[in-house]
Design a protein around this ligand. Structure first.
Ligand code: NAD
Length: 487
């Protein structure tokens, strides 16, 4: 099989198998071919992973942050050296075109290890607090063994975005990839060992919605960071709350992208296409509600249509391909059903709307699709589709569009295109979302915090901010005189 790993899990520095766990078939969505067979972790595997992570965490936390950072930076360098190999694996795991994975997946994982490796030595300092004669100090201490649970759209990036800050802060991590994309995270675990991390510091175990709770409910787990859908987020947060564990929730969205009539139209079309079609539309922060000012709407639609119809769909392993299939056939069913709903509820189909007839083979492809005249009450304007479906809504004035943009349970991201600088800042200031862009869309370098508000979650990934979510403060009061009591 094309991508069969040595075994399903990576624990304590080595590949481990337990075939009594339920079967997970990894399917390459461009062809439907089974490329690997793995097994979900049994309770015994979970215990083994946790025991080894507990041992490694003590050893790791005792190192200086500089020494920890050195290992993370070495991992980043190995990832960059192996970028092609890792990108090819990511393409098989997800069906994303190699054109994208070469620049956006292992590279952004490497950025995370490099960034957190670099700031480990300076961003974990505490404070000295003078109290007259007495004084106090604070220390930023690791939480212990953290769990990362991943979604299937950015398997390697998510494994690194969670692992890098967790490890920099002195924790160990057990990462459970999505059962849809089980392969990439195993390579990250291997690379960390090669970079000098202690065995057990970053373990990867496979599994699905049955396996996740074994980790989340385990008393030896200090924190859970989930990237996934809102319904899963509710379940995981509720389970973690039962043990009062730390949680980070990176969940879904239905983000607004607002294009004013003074915007550079080509630039706005680029933003809307990036924010709807990259990774075949399977990006949580996508600007899937594109509000376009009525005065420029038809011009915007004409240009967006021409560029969308020119997108090269096809074999993800061909570097010329710009759009691959969806991650799975189940996801294709879901996206096709939304396209049909859009038509049935009266949206105007500008382009796409079904399965392409130009792509050979049996892959999970859909056409990049644009709907116009979408209204706020339509299903395609309210629910997260997670596929290449751009919904264009009309608006007339600023106050109206801000109110409509905010009328969503989600609050992950948003964007505005305008030539008017004060309007840009005024509008983003009022948008209820964790991450916002002005005159661009979906750029998430590791230097800036990323995360959502409202039902899109809480906690932040990336930037020094992420370290605060993988550590806690310990305060020490130092009495300098004699201790006095009233009795
Ligand atoms: P999902 O919610 O179905 O699964 C996410 C992960 O949770 C998987 O690993 C799954 O096995 C696990 N899981 C499921 N039930 C669980 C439970 N009860 N306890 C513990 N773990 C459980 O999501 P998905 O379909 O893999 O990914 C798509 C979703 O992820 C979309 O909603 C998307 O918006 C969201 N997403 C968010 C971000 C972000 O950063 N905000 C990034 C990528 C994807």
């Amino acid at each position: 099989m094309k991508a069969q790993p040595k075994a399903s899990h990576f624990i304590d520095g080595q590949y481990v198998e337990d075939t009594s766990g339920s079967l997970i078939e990894s399917i390459y969505p461009a062809t439907g071919e089974v490329i690997a067979r793995l097994h979900a972790a049994t309770p015994a595997i979970v215990e083994r992973a946790i025991a080894s992570a507990k041992r490694a965490q003590k050893e790791w936390a005792a190192l200086s942050p500089t020494a920890r950072g050195r290992v993370l930076k070495a991992a980043a360098a190995i990832m960059r050296e192996r970028n092609r190999e890792l990108s090819e694996l990511e393409t098989l795991d997800t069906g994303k075109p190699i054109q994208e994975t070469l620049i956006a997946d292992p590279t952004s994982g490497a950025d995370a290890f490099e960034f957190f490796g670099g700031i480990a030595a300076t961003a974990l300092n505490g404070a000295h607090i003078p109290l007259g004669g007495d004084w106090a100090y604070t220390k930023r201490v690791p939480l212990g063994v953290c769990v990362g649970i991943g979604a299937w759209n950015y398997p390697q990036q998510i494994a690194c975005w969670k692992g890098a800050p967790a490890l920099a802060a002195g924790n160990a991590m057990i990462f459970k990839p999505s059962e849809v994309t089980p392969l990439g995270a195993l390579k990250i675990a291997e690379i960390l060992i090669e970079a000098g991390a202690p065995k057990g510091l970053y373990n990867v175990i496979q599994g699905d919605r049955e396996t996740g709770p074994l980790l989340v409910n385990h008393p030896d787990i200090a924190k859970v960071s989930l990237t996934g859908s809102v319904p899963t987020g509710r379940k995981v947060a509720a389970a973690a709350a039962g043990h009062l564990k730390h949680v980070t929730m990176e969940l879904g969205g239905k983000s607004p992208l607002i294009v004013f009539d003074d915007a550079d139209i080509d630039s706005a079309v680029s933003g809307a296409m990036l924010g709807n079609f990259y990774s075949t539309g399977q990006v949580c922060s996508n600007g899937t509600r594109v509000f376009v000012h009525r005065a420029i709407k038809e011009e915007f639609l004409a240009r967006a249509r021409a560029r969308t119809e020119a997108i090269i769909l096809g074999d993800p392993q061909d570097e010329a391909t710009q759009m691959g299939p969806l991650v799975s056939f189940a996801q294709r069913e879901k996206v096709l059903a939304y396209m049909e709903k859009g038509k049935a509820e009266g949206a105007r189909l500008i382009t796409g709307g079904g399965i392409p007839d130009t792509v050979p083979g049996q892959g999970a492809f859909v056409q990049p699709t644009i709907f116009a005249d979408v209204t706020d009450d339509m299903t395609i304007a309210r629910e997260e589709i997670f596929g290449p479906v751009m919904c264009v809504l009309d608006f007339d004035d600023e106050a109206e569009v801000i109110a409509r943009a905010n009328a969503s349970e989600f609050g992950l991201a948003g964007g505005v295109f305008t030539a008017d600088l004060s309007r840009a800042h005024r509008v983003v200031d009022q948008l209820e979302a964790g991450t916002l862009w002005i005159n661009t869309y979906n750029l998430c370098p590791v230097e800036i915090p990323f995360g959502g508000s409202k039902q899109s979650g809480f906690g932040r990934e990336n930037s020094a901010e992420a370290l605060t979510h993988y550590s806690e403060l310990k305060t020490v009061y130092v009495g300098m005189g004699k201790c006095e009591a009233p009795y």
